[in-house]
Design a binder for this molecule. Structure first.
Ligand SMILES: Cc1cc2nc3c(=O)[nH]c(=O)nc-3n(C[C@H](O)[C@H](O)[C@H](O)COP(=O)(O)O)c2cc1C
Ligand code: SF4
Ligand code: SF4
Length: 255
């Protein structure tokens, strides 16, 4: 079973690729989260998690959610993360999560994807040649990982250095406390009231009150802001004029 969470489409793209190679069941964790969770998930094949890196770990809200699930059938797990450049020492925290849900971690890898955190920098144009070339290159990495999973191999790639350990242990909690706020989300008159932002939020944190409004339960996945088809959502003045990176292309469409 391949379980993914994706704010801006990168992890979904990787999960689709792994699923093509592993010929397995593809589950979007967002749907489970939105619907209040699932008691138990059964798979006779390994559980393969595909998740973005947020502040040098997998998002806390996602690991908390995974820890509510009872996994039955296979006890093997693979974690494939994707990031703009550095996964830090995410592996250490993934091992803790696996222990809590009685899964045996058999593999870890990190794939570099176009960095999409619009609040911190200007992401690349999703339709650019550079993004296309990056996706084509990463398809070969995804195929390699998929083959290794199919063969039941153990692999632990992208080991952390000292800097990564500091990033994940010290910077992550500071980031979560200081950066993950919602008061700066605002909607402009470009909003066509389509409601997509409400549907996209995994935490049901966007409410429609004549126009979208944000509660406090957020992980800054950027699904609402970057996925808005009218580019009507801003985060203070940080996102003004920046590219909305929201990958809609499917794995099979990129050659
Ligand atoms: C809140 C947040 C924090 C992020 N922190 C990191 C990070 O620590 N290291 C990194 O390389 N990329 C970081 N990124 C970039 C994402 O990991 C990258 O864009 C990822 O591919 C997004 O996956 P998704 O499109 O499936 O959501 C961050 C993105 C977000 C939204
Ligand atoms: S997704 Fe954009 S256009 Fe649609 S309701 Fe939300 S803010 Fe408005
Ligand atoms: S409010 Fe937006 S950024 Fe926050 S969790 Fe929901 S979709 Fe993600």
């Amino acid at each position: 079973m391949i379980l993914y969470f994706s704010g801006t489409g990168n992890s979904r793209f990787i999960a689709e690729g792994l699923n093509k190679i592993c010929d397995d069941e593809l589950i979007n964790l967002k749907d489970l989260m939105k619907n209040g969770g699932t008691g138990e998930l059964h798979s006779d094949k390994p559980f393969v998690f595909v998740l973005p890196i947020h502040a040098f770990r997998i998002p806390g809200k996602i690991s908390e959610f995974i820890e509510t699930i009872k996994f039955t059938g296979s006890s093997d797990a693979y974690f494939i993360v994707d990031c703009g450049g550095s996964p830090g020492n995410a592996l250490k925290y993934i091992k803790n999560t696996c222990k809590k849900v009685n899964l045996q971690l058999k593999g870890f890898d990190a794939i570099n994807m176009p960095a999409s955190y619009i609040v911190m920098y200007n992401p690349p144009d999703v339709n650019s040649e550079a993004v296309h070339d990056s996706l084509v290159y990463q398809k070969s990495q995804i195929e390699r990982i998929g083959r290794d999973i199919n063969e039941g191999k153990e692999f632990f790639n992208r080991p952390s250095d000292f800097k990564g350990k500091i990033q994940s242990s010290i910077l992550n909690p500071i980031f979560v406390k200081m950066m993950i706020k919602t008061k700066d989300f605002a909607v402009s008159d470009k909003c066509v009231k389509c409601g997509s932002c409400v549907l996209r939020c995994p935490l049901n944190n966007v409410f429609f009150n004549g126009k979208p409004e944000w509660g406090d339960n957020c992980m800054h996945c950027m699904a609402c802001l970057s996925g808005c088809p009218s580019n009507a959502i801003e985060y203070g003045n940080k996102t003004v004029g920046r590219n909305r990176y929201y990958l809609l292309k499917h794995y099979g469409d990129v050659n």
